[in-house]
Write a protein that binds this ligand. Structure first.
Ligand code: ADP
Ligand code: MG
Ligand code: MG
Ligand code: MG
Length: 682
């Protein structure tokens, strides 16, 4: 989350009126940024991770865990801690030579008042030593956060709080159903009180003319009633017009029903941002990492409980997607288009719909045939010199309305600024984000990988961060090709939600990732990709790349033969006579560079976690939590996760963190607690 500007936020009808102005100004700002930054070269290879925490208050007497709405207090305590600021704190891993002296982690607010975000104090560099410093830095962040909380408060890295939306689950407690969220389950006080957040929630609700609607299939255990009707739903409220939603069928049978942004944006994730050496490399990374999004979502699955019930999905993604889905009935295709411009297939929080690399291997058939683009704004970008592919990407993001507009920002356009551009860009929550350099800062083109779920331990979070960083090195070093048609990635994202997808499902993936010589008469030398081999500043103009006009079959062969369905194990560890596997590719990359044995061994521990997750020797967080609940003596087989189970779950989570720390001291043998647990599998 970026800086939080203050100002007078417009309510929905007024914000809607100013939407075109914001978009037009945003496009002007983007063009200015792009013109200046497209020639940037040789930026350092930097990267950074973001860890999000739930803060809970644990009541040992009552044996009860509640969310603690203490974000502001913790951030204030951190800011006031002069001793901390002055202390020459270094990342404990300095014996590795990582140059992070004095770079204290930084803490940021998030949507939920029970959330915290922490990042390294400065981005990590290209060196392998930095990869080995991440875990200790994450531990340091957790320690610092804890030290600025009350004795009974703890930063926990679970994606969602299992009892969010139930009575008596917040501290302090507030009654539900305030004017902004109008939720029958959670109070407005659940959200960060900065005007941006209640406005975001209220304007999304106003734009769609009803509350957001989340229905997650309940996990049908042996004693779960069938049909299942969410017993927490209250059909008798008459405080807000939106209370009619449930009477009009918003809560679906056999589902856990939720009705507010907090149920999605209150989830914690693990994000990794990379700085590329130039725009061209950034565009390549954006495309090549995109097909990995759903794979990493399934592999990091950690979300099996909502509102006190086990659910039949394993990940958070679609819940967030629905929690901020501002589409109207017309845009959703429920009513004929009268007032709105387009039917829009995806929520503004969704998997990506564009590829942007100027790469001869990018076939028109890979593009999303259902892509909606704001053609007028695209024309402005193209007139301003931007190549078709990139203009299409941004003009697709700009089909959305700005949700939070500050009236002060509408007085005058700051042509050197980025506020209007960022307004649209930062409320397009796709699984990859292409981040242009912020004006006035010495920062390059960045790509953010956003699909992963937060993991219970810092060891796991570090392992996934390290793995993704090494994958980017392998992609660039071996010129790997993971392209599949975008609709296949969209489909994979759904597959990633299925319970135990990591073991039981198959995902579309490219069979051969290795580069081939580009055919001499590549159809991609059509006007579409003019300028491919020229500097990015010379990007050409082109015709629409929606895959319907013109194929590249004569040169490349049928697209469908390029990819097939694979298990996550095959994708990560490789298949015999098939896909080589992401881990073996990373290993080959490590073989090709000069690293000492100790570093290599320590990296191997992280890669081993990924390998074992993919082949099932280690469980996902989702499976572990689900089985923990199901084996708990107080669980009645009816999908209900009660207070005592949640209390014991949090105890176990904290124990795993500690045990891992001790294990690490004894020599990098991780997660045996999990492995022991796995032995109990039925
Ligand atoms: P957002 O919340 O908008 O995604 P943040 O400001 O929280 O962005 O930062 C995301 C991550 O990017 C952090 O880990 C930060 O260290 C890292 N980062 C900051 N600057 C750079 C850079 N120039 N290159 C790569 N990563 C960076
Ligand atoms: Mg965040
Ligand atoms: Mg952030
Ligand atoms: Mg981020």
């Amino acid at each position: 989350m970026g800086l939080l500007a203050l100002g007078t936020a417009l309510d929905w009808p007024d914000a809607k009126k100013a939407a075109n102005q914001v978009r037009e100004w945003g496009i002007e700002q983007l063009l200015t940024i792009w013109r200046k930054a497209r020639v940037k070269e040789r930026d350092a290879l930097l990267w950074g991770d973001e860890i999000e925490y739930l803060v809970v208050a644990i009541d040992d007497e009552q044996k009860k865990v509640r969310l603690s709405l203490c974000q502001a207090d913790v951030l204030k305590a951190l800011a006031k801690d002069e001793a901390l600021a002055e202390k020459d704190i270094t990342v404990p891993d300095l014996q590795n030579g990582a140059d992070h002296t004095g770079a204290l982690p930084t803490f940021h607010p998030e949507f939920g008042r029970f959330m915290l975000e922490a990042t390294p104090g400065k981005p990590w560099g290209i060196g392998f030593k930095d990869l080995l410093a991440v875990e200790d830095d994450m531990k340091l962040r957790r320690d610092i956060a804890k030290k600025h909380m009350d004795a009974d408060q703890f930063p926990i890295t679970l994606t969602t709080f299992p009892h969010l939306g139930l009575p008596d689950s917040l501290r302090p407690e507030y009654p539900p159903s305030g004017p902004a969220l109008r939720s029958q389950f959670v109070p407005d006080e659940i959200a960060n009180p900065h005007i941006r957040f209640p406005t975001l929630a209220a304007n999304i609700r106003s734009r769609r003319e009803r509350k957001v609607e989340l229905n997650v299939p309940v996990f049908k255990d042996k004693n779960t009633p069938s049909p299942f009707n969410d017993p927490i739903v209250n059909y008798d409220l008459h405080k807000w017009p939106e209370d009619d939603d449930v009477r009009n069928g918003a809560a679906k049978q056999d589902c856990v029903y939720m009705d507010a942004m907090a149920f999605g944006m209150g989830s914690c994730c693990l994000q990794i941002t990379f700085q590329a050496k130039n725009i061209r490399e950034g565009r390549t990374l954006y495309d090549q990492l995109s097909p990995l999004g759903p794979i990493m979502l399934a592999l990091t699955a950690a979300t099996p409980i909502y509102k006190g019930f086990l659910v039949d999905t394993d990940v958070r993604w679609n819940q967030i997607s629905r929690a901020v889905d501002d589409r109207t009935a017309e845009e959703l295709g429920e009513k004929p288009l009268v007032n709105d411009r387009w039917r829009i297939p995806k929520s503004r929080y969704a998997s990506n719909s564009t590829y942007i690399a100027q790469d001869p291997r990018l076939r028109p058939e890979y593009m999303d045939p259902n892509l909606i683009v704001n053609e007028e704004l695209k024309a402005k970008l193209v007139d301003g010199g931007m190549d078709d592919l990139l203009a299409t990407h941004f003009a697709h993001l700009f089909i959305r309305d700005p949700i939070v507009i500050f009236s002060e920002d509408l007085k005058e356009l700051d042509p050197e600024g980025s506020n209007h551009f960022e307004n649209i860009q930062s409320t397009n929550w796709q699984h990859m984000r292409f981040k242009p350099p912020p004006p006035g800062a010495d920062i390059g083109w960045r790509v953010e990988f956003r699909s992963m779920e937060i993991q219970i331990t810092d060891f796991e979070n570090a392992a996934f961060a390290v793995f993704i960083v090494l994958i980017t090195r392998a992609i660039l070093s071996f010129d790997l090709n993971f392209y599949v048609p975008i609709p296949r990635t969209t489909e994979n994202m759904e597959t990633a939600h299925i319970r135990d997808a990591v073991m039981k499902e198959k995902f579309w993936f490219r069979k051969d990732p290795f580069p081939k010589r580009t055919p001499r008469q590549s159809p991609l030398q059509s006007p579409m990709l003019n300028g491919i081999s020229e500097p990015p500043s010379l990007g050409g103009t082109s015709t629409p790349r929606n895959g319907t006009n013109g194929t590249s079959e004569t040169c490349f062969g049928p697209v469908e033969e390029e990819y097939t369905q694979m298990s996550i194990d095959e994708i990560i560890n490789g298949a015999q006579d098939g896909f080589p596997g992401l881990i073996p590719l990373v290993e080959s990359y490590l073989d090709s560079v000069n690293i000492d044995v100790d570093t290599r061994c320590r990296l191997a521990v992280y890669l081993d976690l990924i390998r074992k997750r993919a082949d099932g020797r280690l469980w996902t967080g989702s499976k572990w939590i689900r089985e923990f609940v199901r084996k708990h003596p107080e669980y009645k087989g009816d999908s209900v996760v009660n207070d005592k189970v949640v209390y014991d779950l949090f105890e176990a989570v904290r124990e795993i963190e500690k045990t891992e720390g001790r294990k690490k001291q004894r020599g990098w043998e991780m997660l045996s607690a999990r492995e022991r647990q796995k032995g109990l599998d039925d």
